[in-house]
Design a protein around this ligand. Structure first.
Ligand code: AMP
Ligand code: GLY
Length: 424
């Protein structure tokens, strides 16, 4: 059987990436009633039971296109931002293969903070007041005029390390010099955004988006700092919860209507329609929700809590997004809660030490999504900063949390780093 838009049994789907986020995507796609044939590039050992893992690097566009041709792929689902920044979605479109993920131009919402901030300003969407600089002296005067604390961001991608909250002028000046004179993040840091410091709880609201329709997912919150009580350096994310107790349906609708929908409409009007997941990183300020950043992809670890709560078929949604038919799909969420806890390697985030034997322990009734794992002589070893994500799923948040920690407690590798306060 085939639906009008070509969705059919046995579709060949390639998921690009290798993290716990991509493991969760593959796991969810594998539950589709359309019984897709799944591939991952490069994938990880946890996905092996659902998908054929293909060699190559996720950000090697030519390699991904070669795999698409070789395996006659019908749909490419892009996990991380790097291949989007390199035009993977555009290349898929040119090759006539459906793709879930925005074009290089639309992905500038994530890949250029300057582009993002200017668009928000033009649309009158709430975001921190900012200046955009290529000139060190001009940036310094702005800092002097605004006072501290102040936030400094490299314009381009910097693997989550391009944001500094400077408590005093001296720190702000040295960060600016690092970026603009010493080229700390290369071209990514030649242009900088300097913006005001906002306070409030954070919210990750990921939305399915096609050229015109925006469908918010269940709200999530991630825990970015390495240490309990939000201490220590920023990481890619040490845990997540969904839904978020202090975020109701009215707030989600407000964000959709006043933030995400205007941005999506503006991109379409510029001739660069957005398709894929648009992740709004928000600060819930006293004046209302303000945009901290957009990501052009699913969040990690937010995806590991959100997709298990999706009450429906991710393949149907992804296919509809790729064909601008999202408005025809019903997207529903389970009345349940999920908690994700990340186990990270010793030394993460600065210099993770990997290659240690890894034991998952006795199985618990929850989910384990692999990230930095590898097989050596048939046995699991750690192979990345974030090693895996454990997810508990239950009616009550407290039970979801308990299950996630039961799984994590049974995971063993030397130097395991875990936050103990996720979801508390
Ligand atoms: P980003 O990479 O832009 O998400 O920033 C990383 C983290 O820095 C965010 O999750 C916030 O916790 C913090 N941050 C970024 N921008 C601001 C801001 N304008 N005010 C306060 N905190 C911020
Ligand atoms: N968890 C934050 C991110 O995916 O960027």
């Amino acid at each position: 059987m085939t639906t009008e838009n070509g969705l059919r049994a046995g579709l060949r789907v390639l998921v690009v990436g290798s993290g716990a986020r991509e493991h969760a995507i593959v796991w969810k796609l594998a539950q589709s009633p359309w019984d897709p044939q799944l591939f991952a590039l490069p994938g990880n050992p946890g996905m092996g039971q659902y998908a054929a893992c293909l060699p190559g690097a996720a950000d090697d566009v030519a390699r991904v296109l070669a795999a698409v041709a070789e395996h006659d792929v019908d749909l490419v689902v892009v996990g991380p931002e790097a291949p989007l920044a390199r035009g993977l979605a555009d290349a898929c479109e040119a090759a006539g293969v459906a793709v879930f993920g925005p074009s290089q131009a639309a992905a500038r919402l994530e890949t250029s903070k300057g582009f993002c901030k200017q668009l928000l300003q033009n649309l009158g969407v709430r975001t921190a007041d900012f200046g955009l600089f290529r000139d060190l002296e001009a940036a310094r005067s702005y800092v002097r005029a605004q006072g501290t604390p102040i936030v400094i961001k490299a314009d381009g991608l910097a693997a989550g390390k391009g944001v500094v909250i400077a408590e005093d002028e001296e720190t702000a000046f040295s960060v600016l010099e690092d970026l603009m004179v010493h080229g700390r993040f290369g071209a990514s840091g030649q242009q900088v955004v300097v913006e005001s410091y906002l306070t409030g709880p954070e919210l990750s609201l990921m939305c399915f988006v096609d050229a015109e329709t925006v469908v918010p997912m269940i709200p999530a919150r991630d825990y970015k700092r390495i240490g309990d009580g939000n201490t220590g350096p920023n990481t890619g994310g040490m845990g997540a919860i969904a839904p978020v107790p202090d975020v109701d349906a009215a707030l989600v609708e407000e964000v959709r209507r006043t933030i995400v929908q205007p941005v999506v409409r503006a991109l379409a009007a510029q001739g660069t329609p957005y398709r894929g997941v648009l992740y709004a990183g928000l600060m819930l300020t006293e004046e209302g929700p303000a945009v901290i950043e957009f990501n052009a992809r699913f969040g990690d670890p937010e995806t590991q809590v959100v997709l298990p709560l999706l009450d429906g078929d991710l393949l149907e949604v992804a296919w509809a997004v790729a064909h601008d038919q999202l408005g025809d799909v019903q997207v529903a969420w389970k009345a349940a809660a999920a908690t994700a806890v990340v186990a990270a390697a010793p030394g993460y985030p600065d210099s993770p030490r990997t290659g240690a034997p890894l034991q998952l322990g006795t199985p618990v009734d929850g989910l384990v999504f692999h990230a930095g794992t590898a097989l050596r002589d048939g046995a699991l070893v750690t192979a990345g900063g974030r090693v895996l994500t454990a997810v508990g799923l239950a009616e009550r948040p407290a039970d979801a949390r308990r299950i996630a920690y039961e799984i994590i407690d049974r995971v063993y590798f030397e130097g395991k780093q875990v936050r103990t306060d996720i979801g508390r």
